[in-house]
Design a binder for this molecule. Structure first.
Ligand SMILES: Nc1nc2c(c(=O)[nH]1)N[C@H]1C(S)=C(S)[C@@H](COP(=O)(O)OP(=O)(O)OC[C@H]3O[C@@H](n4cnc5c(=O)[nH]c(N)nc54)[C@H](O)[C@@H]3O)O[C@H]1N2
Ligand SMILES: Nc1nc2c(c(=O)[nH]1)N[C@H]1C(S)=C(S)[C@@H](COP(=O)(O)OP(=O)(O)OC[C@H]3O[C@@H](n4cnc5c(=O)[nH]c(N)nc54)[C@H](O)[C@@H]3O)O[C@H]1N2
Ligand code: SF4
Ligand SMILES: [Mo]
Length: 682
């Protein structure tokens, strides 16, 4: 954004953070190629000066001594730095062999979290796979969110909707399995969460459903410490009772279909069953129902506690149903749908939408039962594909499957066995270690990015362009440049007209991709906000203007809910790290690769676990050894071990074979059945 220079040569840049969806506005001070500080931009119209410790760590991350500066070739002893021309030439040679011997589907891409925030890199990874002709596209979206696009498509015919809370008018916020004070939202970009939740609580109520008394729960009006894996029982009861009293009759009559089927599906879920299953006292459940009736409308948001659980799809459907039947969507006090500043989905006339039925294609050859949706195979099939010899070359831009995938041991072996593993990253870490080809990529302070995918989750219809604040040093290059160069060496064209092959200017590509839809100079000068379109989903998109309340596959899943485990493993984010990224800068030099297992006092007592003691944590799929931390914010029956770490790596306990959701192919990561044994090894 606009820059100012002081007489001492210190330049102040206005930018925004691309670590998470909150996209906080930043003020970045640089002197030459040195980043002096990263702070919140008080003038930013959405974040108003807020940042979290991750955003403020960007200067340290940028200058981290582990940053990658040169392309690397080879593994282990053979590894050496190489010039770009040699590195790309070697890779093109290897890929040509793979293509000739095994065809295009032997080349795969796994798009991790960081590449979703690299506007050009994201585009280029997909464009490269398309140019090669490979269907082998995987991304972390099938690890953490597939319930959301599935339910969106089943209920509206379009997979890309996500409700955004109207923070100014919301009087009742229900948070289920999400901890925005640490995460800043699951998809939702909740900048400054503490202030936002407080303002809603002042005007109305914030209810948090979470087995852990998280920071979000502590700041809420009410906290329901639910038994893990039982949210569906609570939500089905609420829907059942609201259909009897408290629903918006006009919406049900004119804007919904399947009302009777929904009522029938939730009929068995009475108060006694909800209380028994969830472990919550009946009066607490009743009080939540009363709160919804009292306020009439609500915003209900979920997170990984729900979306990675066995009832992920059902939970999401019931949460949407609560909002539909109370007339909350697209009305004051409820959630609205952000059409994106550049995409402007609301401008597509109603005739332009074709309602999808969420029908999936077959999975990859070794796992045909896994559903292919939204142009991707589920991550659960990637390791099988490598083991079967179907994938010989894998690209990993901005991701870390070692800490993100189930079955760590198998995943590691499969990655090691690949003939070609290309990792495009910014720092030296365990995934970089395994690569045959390492691309040292430009980090966010060296890049231009549009608000891109974040636009759909923002609290306003807002567009923004961040320009590089320093030049890339050494041999760092944009991810998109790497793919374009590689494609050229394979005889494939990648770049749109008007972008030179030797250009490394992100804005050349952004301009070509965005075309007339946005004025980049304007977006670089200041965040542009336009008025929120009201009612566009109901008006333009919904088939016959009606929300589908009872999609058959979801009704069927509700009828066959799994029993929750006695002791359940919870997922959950940590404030200072972003999955596996920022571990090192976050820990300021101490304990850079390890994390503790949190156990409730009751479970610890029962099993003879002591604070600081070593324990073995077992699941049906694997085991690990960890240091226990007794944590009274956890309810009984729940243990918490965050992912993103190598010691221990929680992926050892999850499975790509067992407990896979049949509709999305998602790996169960919330509510995995575990047991703890204390180890008396000291
Ligand atoms: N600081 C930080 N921010 C992040 C990330 C990060 O690593 N660090 N990661 C980003 C990513 S990739 C994502 S997907 C989002 C995730 O965003 P969120 O989903 O908001 O974050 P989590 O901390 O995973 O919150 C999950 C909560 O669910 C609770 N829970 C576990 N099991 C259950 C259950 O059965 N029922 C209920 N009701 N609750 C349950 C957990 O105790 C936890 O508090 O965060 C993003 N933001
Ligand atoms: N058991 C269990 N497993 C889980 C989860 C869980 O809760 N429990 N959570 C799941 C979730 S929500 C997700 S999203 C996935 C995360 O899965 P991934 O997205 O695969 O993992 P990250 O750790 O986010 O990987 C980000 C990588 O990008 C690099 N990076 C950082 N900045 C840049 C950049 O600017 N450019 C490039 N090119 N690279 C950069 C980092 O160094 C890091 O190696 O894990 C999932 N796995
Ligand atoms: S909340 Fe997200 S976008 Fe905002 S500073 Fe922290 S990491 Fe960056
Ligand atoms: Mo995620």
């Amino acid at each position: 954004m606009s820059d100012t220079e002081s007489p001492e040569g210190v330049v102040e840049h206005r930018s925004f953070c691309r670590i998470c969806n909150a996209a906080c506005g930043l003020t970045i001070r640089t002197s030459g190629q040195r980043v002096l500080s990263v702070r919140g931009d008080r003038q930013h119209p959405i974040s108003e000066g807020y940042t979290c410790p991750k955003g403020r760590a960007l200067a340290a991350f940028h200058h981290d001594e582990r940053r990658l500066d040169h392309p690397l070739l080879g593994r282990g002893e053979q590894r050496r730095p190489a010039a770009w021309d040699e590195a790309l030439g070697d890779l093109a040679g290897a890929l040509s062999r793979v293509l000739e011997e095994s065809g295009s589907s032997a080349i795969a891409g796994y798009l991790g979290t960081a590449i979703a925030f690299d506007s050009c890199g994201w585009w280029a990874t997909g464009a490269f796979l398309d140019a090669v002709g490979s269907p082998q596209r995987y991304s972390c979206a099938t690890l953490d969110t597939p319930a959301k696009p599935l339910v969106s498509e089943l209920m509206t015919g379009f997979a890309g909707l996500h409700p955004v809370p109207d923070v100014e008018s919301c009087r009742l916020l229900l948070l289920v399995g999400t901890n925005p004070v640490a995460s800043h939202g699951h998809l939702s970009g909740l900048t400054n969460p503490v202030a936002k939740l407080r303002s809603i609580a002042r005007r109305g109520e914030v209810w948090v459903v979470d087995p852990r008394r998280t920071q979000t729960a502590r700041g809420a009006t009410r906290h329901l410490a639910i038994r893990p894996g039982t949210d569906a029982l609570l939500l089905a009861f609420l829907v059942r009772e609201l259909l009897r009293e408290g629903a918006d009759a006009d919406i049900l009559a004119r804007h919904a279909s399947g009302v009777a089927e929904l009522a029938e599906a939730v009929a068995p879920f009475d108060l006694a069953r909800a209380a028994r299953g969830t472990g919550l006292p009946q009066p607490e459940i009743q009080a939540l129902l009363d709160a919804i009736r009292r306020h009439g409308r609500l915003v209900a948001l979920s997170g990984t506690g729900s979306t990675m659980s066995a009832s992920a799809n059902v939970n999401e459907w019931l949460l949407w149903s609560l909002q539909v039947i109370t007339g909350s969507f697209e009305r004051p006090g409820g959630g609205w749908f952000n059409p994106g500043y550049v995409s402007r989905l609301d401008r597509i006339p109603s005739a332009g939408w074709r309602a999808g039925e969420a029908v999936a294609g077959p999975g990859p050859a070794s796992r045909p039962e896994l559903p292919r949706r939204n142009g991707e195979f589920p991550c659960a099939g990637l390791v099988d594909e490598i083991e079967a010899g179907n994938i010989r070359a894998l690209f990993v831009p901005g991701g870390n499957p070692i800490t993100a995938f189930p079955e760590t041991v198998r995943t590691l072996e499969a990655l090691r066995s690949l003939e070609v593993l290309v990792v495009g990253d910014v720092v030296q870490n365990e995934i970089v270690e395994l690569a045959t080809h390492v691309w040292p990529c430009t980090g966010q302070l060296e890049r231009a990015d549009l608000s891109g995918v974040m636009e759909f989750y923002r609290l306003e219809v807002a567009g923004q362009l961040a320009r590089p604040v320093v030049r890339p040093v050494a041999e760092r290059r944009p991810v998109w440049w790497c793919f374009a160069q590689l494609a050229a060496r394979l005889g494939l064209g990648l770049l749109p007209d008007g972008v030179e092959l030797d250009s490394t200017r992100d804005e050349d590509l952004l301009a070509a991709l965005v075309g007339e839809r946005a004025d980049l100079d304007e977006l670089a000068r200041a965040t542009q906000i336009v008025e929120r379109p009201v009612g566009w989903v109901e008006r333009n998109l919904l088939p016959e203007g009606r929300w589908r309340l009872a999609p058959a596959p979801l009704v069927e899943q509700l009828g066959a809910l799994a029993q929750p485990p006695t002791l359940a493993l919870l997922p959950g984010r940590q404030l200072r790290t972003m999955n596996s990224a920022l571990r090192d800068v976050a820990a300021s030099g101490e304990r850079t690769d390890c994390v503790e297992l949190h156990v409730s006092p009751e479970d610890a007592d029962e099993r003879g676990v002591r604070d600081g003691g070593r324990v073995r944590l077992r699941s049906a799929s694997g085991e690990l050894v960890a240091t226990a931390r007794i944590d009274d914010t956890l309810r009984r029956g729940a243990v918490w071990l965050p992912h993103g770490w190598t010691r221990p790596n929680v992926g050892r306990l999850t499975s790509s074979q067992r407990d896979i959701d049949p509709l999305t192919g998602m790996v169960l990561q919330s509510g995995v059945a575990v047991e703890i044994d204390p180890l008396d090894d000291r």
